[in-house]
Design a protein around this ligand. Structure first.
Ligand code: SF4
Length: 294
């Protein structure tokens, strides 16, 4: 078998971890983001279509040693595999992830979650945190419009929990495609069902902007907030993204005090303090354990 794009990296950047977006994993830290080439889906509104839908020859090949060395040189304790789809390069991904762990660096996966269930285990066993796209809750939209598979994504998310990966989910709200309240409610139901058996799963609702083949007007900010508020009735950690003045802060579920205040990528830890045993965070106001990973 040939792996013509083994180690081909299209972008390398030092990002705030909140940009992934990950709000509950090592908040306020920097992460090295490594961008891959191509994707197994064909979302017509892809915001990264220049690297996901055609081969971009502006990148270059890295060995796992070189890539993890970049994270070390940047003083990053975590590396994200992101931008287009890392799972289609699982051989390189697993080699990098294993090396990262040897060097004490955490692995963050940003992915569409469309992968064969057996292969998923190899990657998830080495993943510390992940942001997975839940693009909609319609099998028809997944297969007909995006070229993906809702069932595979749901299984990948469930498997991530079994592997104790810190999970956050992202849904790009595309008007007319996935913003119907019935479909939003199915997403909420799915996430609430996962949370019943496990730790809370932050859900990021992002505003779409016209890109690639999709020219519909951008997501209305008020509509995005309305959807997020609807979700907050069932879920504790729902955030909006890509709009100004949305829902960005985290409140303590125990007393309502603001744990973390965010303005864009500026992060202020308010009532979020280290727990007495040093293994996590608690609320300084009421002492309740806060679901953030140190
Ligand atoms: S899964 Fe992500 S990278 Fe791939 S086509 Fe869809 S939006 Fe683009």
């Amino acid at each position: 078998m040939l792996l013509p794009y083994y180690g081909f990296i299209t972008a390398l950047a030092l990002d705030p971890i909140e940009k992934k977006p990950l709000y509950h994993f090592r908040p306020g830290t920097s992460i090295l983001s490594a961008g891959f080439a191509l994707c197994n889906l064909r979302c017509p509104f892809c915001q990264n279509w220049e690297i996901s839908q055609k081969m971009d020859d502006r990148g270059r090949f890295f060995s796992p040693e070189e890539l993890i060395g970049e994270a070390e040189a940047g003083g990053c304790a975590q590396i994200a595999y992101t931008y287009s789809e890392p799972l289609i390069h699982s051989e390189f991904l697993c080699n990098c992830m294993a090396l990262a762990h040897e060097r004490g660096i955490a692995n963050v996966l940003v992915s569409n979650g469309c992968i064969n269930e057996d292969a998923a285990g190899d990657v998830l066993a080495l993943t510390d945190a992940a942001n997975i796209d839940l693009k909609c809750f319609s099998e028809d939209t997944y297969s007909r419009v995006l070229g993906g598979n809702l069932d595979a994504v749901c299984k990948f998310i469930g498997k991530g929990l079994k592997f104790s990966v810190h999970l956050e989910l992202t849904t790009l709200i595309v008007p007319g495609l996935n913003d119907g309240l019935e479909e939003i409610d199915r997403c909420i139901e799915f996430i609430a069902g996962l949370e019943a058996d496990a730790v809370p799963i932050p859900w990021h609702l992002s505003a779409y902007h016209p890109a690639y083949k999709w020219n519909a007007p951008p997501t209305n900010a008020a509509r995005l907030v309305e959807i997020a508020r609807r979700a907050q009735k069932r879920l504790n950690y729902v955030y909006t993204g890509n709009i100004r003045g949305g829902l960005e802060d985290t409140a303590c579920p125990g007393c309502g005090e603001t744990l973390v205040r965010r303005r864009g990528y500026l992060v202020e830890k308010c009532a979020l303090v280290l727990s007495a045993d040093g293994t996590g965070y608690t609320c300084a106001h009421c002492g309740e354990r806060a679901p953030f990973v140190l």
